[in-house]
Design a protein around this ligand. Structure first.
Ligand SMILES: [Ca+2]
Length: 505
């Protein structure tokens, strides 16, 4: 325990960019402000069997650290009959495809030595139909596990037939929903949390499918989430919990009132999300739209929550799907806008090199392109599109103007100016619809973010931004041939297409 705290303190020191603590239970170490989601199977294969594994993750920790992400979210790693492993058959072990508990402990030790936190995907809405609990429950009402699941004598929506009766299975018949009202089930979940937090040493959890805990009942979901949060924080006050409530902004605001640290900000993500809408069309209103969306988030989500914005994850189309394969500048800008969001931002592996994928889930989860296509893991079963729109990691590392190096620069900006992730946020009026002005204040530092998410270069004279901001502290542009120019010092600000400037007083 002591060692972990030392590691987390080290993380705190190393990563100056940390987000506002919503950890209500204790004055805890705040979570990192940038995270990296890894699908272990498709990330890096250490032993040549074509399947990514935990040793592969360990080998690539330097790479994740080089991006500037202080946290890693591992998609499910527990034993499971499926390739995606969201249907667990044993909550206390590692799937042999990925390695062993010893590999996991070694990976955690190395991640902590890098100053990084690691959280585990935890699906407890359902388990696998092959789990011993469900196999026993299927034998009949006498099974001690019968009451661990929800049964019906008649067919109904969200139920599947098993042994002449019907069991709740909201996603698919191979994923029976657990009966979360059963005290024995809650006791088991508490033991699972304790095992991973105390005996293995993970730093928290990503909670899968929380709106399905009690389908259609937000109040019951909130009550269960509060129980989960209290249980986990009692085991380890500084563990980080981020939950998947795939829902609209107003419902997300209700969920965010719970004692869970953070919820993924789904309205920001995907082709229908805020960032895509800002970058859509010719972008004449892009700055104005961005300001409206940022203000909407600030006004709607409770102040004590850590927003967790993202543009893509394992269930969604990739970002390049809405920015366009032939539009590296817009693709960079989507990443730049994401990295300016308040809270804990989440990148999905391969996003930083512009990986593509849409349609069937396996297409969104193909092998990370490290060098060339012979360097990737085997495609997940069912993948129908295995193609890459942008060069590999090694090619992009060698190109200062690559998307990968843009992401690194954007995350460096976020780290160097913690007010971006943690500050109070105020959208300021602006004369130009192309431009968005956002003020962030944190720990005595005031920043002015000047953002041009449009294709129109724009000049701002001193009357167009608040007084006092006379220093161009940093800037981020999408093409090597452009830069933000502020001259004579503290007067006219020249913002190229798709550019970001950070001004200080
Ligand atoms: Ca392997």
């Amino acid at each position: 325990m002591k060692k972990r705290l030392v590691c987390l303190l080290l993380a705190f020191v190393l990563l100056s960019g940390l987000c506002p603590a919503a950890l209500s239970a204790a004055p805890a170490v705040p979570p990192p402000d940038a995270w990296y989601e890894i699908f272990v199977r498709s990330f890096y294969d250490s032993d040549g069997d074509g399947i990514g594994d935990l040793r592969g993750v360990t080998e690539k920790l330097d790479y994740v650290a080089s991006l500037g992400c202080g946290g890693i979210w591992l998609m499910p790693i527990m034993p499971s009959p499926s390739y995606h492993k969201y249907d667990v058959t044993d909550y206390y072990d590692i799937d042999p495809e990925y390695g062993t508990l010893a590999d996991m402990r070694a990976m955690l030790a190395e991640a902590h030595a890098h100053g990084m936190c690691v959280i585990l995907d935890l699906p407890v809405n359902h388990c696998s139909s092959e789990h011993a609990w469900f196999q026993s429950a299927l034998t009949g009402p006498e099974s001690p596990y019968r009451s661990w699941f929800n049964w019906s004598d008649s067919p109904q929506s969200g139920y599947s037939e098993g042994g002449g009766v019907y069991y709740e299975s909201r996603f698919v018949d191979t994923m029976p929903d657990l009966n979360l009202d059963n005290p024995a089930v809650r006791e088991e979940i508490a033991a699972i949390l304790r095992f991973w937090l105390e005996e293995v040493g993970v730093d928290g959890f990503r909670l899968d499918a929380v709106t399905s805990y009690y389908t259609g009942n937000v109040e019951q979901n909130l009550s269960f989430l509060n129980w989960l949060a209290d249980t986990a924080h009692a085991i380890r006050p500084d563990c980080f919990l981020v939950a998947e409530a795939w829902t609209d902004l107003n419902t997300l605001a209700r969920y965010s009132e719970s004692r869970i640290d953070s919820f993924f900000t789904f309205p920001v993500s995907q082709a229908e999300g805020y960032i895509a809408k800002v970058l859509g069309g010719r972008g004449k209103q892009a700055g104005k739209k961005l300001g409206e969306y940022v203000a909407l988030l600030e006004d709607t989500l409770p102040a004590n929550t850590v927003p967790a914005p993202f543009t893509e994850n394992h269930d969604t189309g990739r970002t390049v799907g809405f920015t366009g394969r032939g539009n590296p500048a817009k693709t960079k800008m989507a990443g730049g806008l994401l990295c300016l969001m308040r809270g804990a931002v989440f990148l999905y592996y391969g996003q930083e090199i512009g990986m593509v994928g849409s349609g069937e889930d396996p297409n969104k989860r193909i092998g990370m392109l490290w060098t060339d296509e012979t360097s990737t893991t085997l495609p997940p079963p069912g993948a129908t599109q295995i193609e890459y729109a942008y060069p590999s990691v090694s090619e992009q590392e060698a190109d200062p103007g690559s998307l990968l190096n843009y992401y690194r620069a954007a995350l460096r900006l976020r780290r160097e100016y913690p007010a971006i992730a943690r500050g109070t946020s105020r959208v300021l009026p602006c004369e130009f619809d192309e431009i968005c002005l956002i003020e962030r204040s944190w720990a005595g530092q005031d920043l002015l973010l000047v953002i041009n998410p449009s294709v129109s270069p724009t000049q701002l004279s001193p009357a167009d931004y608040p007084p006092g901001y006379s220093r161009l502290a940093a800037s981020l542009c999408t093409g090597p041939e452009f830069s933000v120019i502020f001259q004579p010092e503290g007067t006219v600000l020249h913002m190229p297409a798709y550019s970001i400037a950070v001004l200080t007083k």
